[in-house]
Ligand binder design. Structure first.
Ligand code: B12
Length: 321
């Protein structure tokens, strides 16, 4: 990692404020001039790409072209463009990571270094640069994120401060994924997914990562987080008219009870034409029943492939079909 500077330290008290400010700092709507500046091309090129339909733009009342940050991000990823002025897009974290996409270094090791050092801004920048580089959210989570968290987990065995590192790394990773989510912005009519981790499971990151993966695939995801009773997932399924429910299982307090509760949810899912996807470090241990409404996934890439294969239609499209 060429320019990685491990200086920033995470301040837990200001995490929430930071997240709010990060979203505020990011430009939501761009003019062609701003996007041109950011990627080092002429304004007329960007205007032409909008007019030719390569970039989806809108027009102001006065007829001026406007581009959403999500669309600009999509275009940068698709065309493998280099962001020469990240500050123009509000991608200040990318500056902090020193432009990881140019370094060619090992992203997992670099992220581990950030998480161990408490370098929150660099970690956010690293994930952002991987995403801009074309990696999917699933690839980032299964790859560098899972690798670095696994290594952080090994420290617990050998060092008394291991649990401190686990907590701090988790908070930084939450921030870094949170930084990517506004760039995904699924359409208003996209199918809905809802999920969480079951009662007794305090792990925050896996379920949050599922939400980000699903958003990356164009779904609208509501993450209910850790300690979510299965009946609450059922309420979410009905209330949000969800097409997909996920359950991330990293810790099991009562396996038999959890299995029974999942069994009870299956007919509700089937009646609504929805599916349940179960995954997580302890999911295999549950010996779940076979059902057309139930999928067991080992990784985020598997989840991504499942969603791509299913081509989940929004509820309104099904109703009119
Ligand atoms: C962070 C962490 C904690 C934090 C959690 C903070 C929080 N609030 O979230 C804290 C400090 C609380 C904690 C506590 C404990 N932890 Co802990 N923890 C971890 C750590 C380092 C990272 C977990 C994580 O977030 N991973 C990131 C996610 C994204 O990756 P993942 O969980 O591996 O999930 C992948 C797949 O399973 C899949 N996936 C996950 N969910 C889903 C869902 C779907 C639908 C699909 C398709 C796929 C999928 O995709 C992911 C990416 O590939 C792991 C290390 C590890 N190897 O996992 C240890 C680890 C899980 N913890 C462990 C232990 C022992 C404990 C403690 C008992 C002791 C301790 N370390 O303090 C306690 C008890 C916790 C309890 N009873 O609930 C052990 C578990 C050993 C075992 N096999 O049972 C591990 C493996 C560490 C170790 N090497 O010893 N922990």
């Amino acid at each position: 990692m060429r320019l990685l500077i491990l200086t920033a330290r995470v301040d837990f008290a200001s995490l929430f404020v930071q997240n709010v400010c990060l979203e505020a700092a990011m430009k939501a709507i761009l003019t062609p001039r701003l996007l041109a500046e950011a990627i080092g091309v002429s304004e007329s090129s960007v205007k032409r790409w909008v007019d030719d339909g390569h970039i989806m733009g809108t027009r102001t009342a006065g007829g001026h072209r406007r581009i959403s940050i999500q669309e600009a991000t999509r275009y940068i990823r698709e065309r493998e463009l280099v962001v020469v002025r990240p500050d123009v897009l509000g991608f200040h974290d990318l500056v902090a990571s020193g432009g990881a996409r140019e370094s060619g270094g090992d992203a997992g090791e670099a992220l581990l270094e950030c998480l161990r050092a408490g370098a929150a801004a660099e970690a956010r920048g690293l994930l952002l640069s991987m995403y801009l580089d074309g990696s999917s959210i699933a690839e980032i989570v299964d790859g560098p994120l899972a690798f670095s968290m696994e290594k952080i987990g090994e420290l617990w065995v050998s060092a008394p401060s291991g649990v401190f590192w686990e907590h701090r790394a988790t908070q930084i990773a939450i921030q870094a994924l949170g930084r990517l989510r506004p760039l995904l912005a699924p359409r208003d009519e996209a199918p809905v997914a809802v999920g969480g981790a079951p009662t007794g499971d305090r792990y925050v990151l896996p379920s949050l990562a599922v939400a980000a993966v699903l958003e990356g695939e164009g779904l609208r995801a509501t993450n209910l987080g850790p300690e979510t009773p299965i009946r609450t997932l059922g309420i979410g399924l009905e209330d949000l008219d969800a097409r997909l429910v996920w359950l991330s299982v990293s810790a099991v307090s009562d396996g038999d009870k959890l299995r029974r509760e999942i069994d009870g949810l299956l007919p509700v899912l089937a009646a609504r034409g929805a599916i349940l996807v179960v995954g997580g470090a302890q999911a295999q241990q549950l010996a779940l029943p076979r059902s057309d409404s139930l999928y067991l996934g080992r990784s985020m890439v598997e989840l991504e492939a499942l969603v791509q294969g299913m081509r989940l239609a929004p509820r309104s499209a099904l109703a009119s079909a």
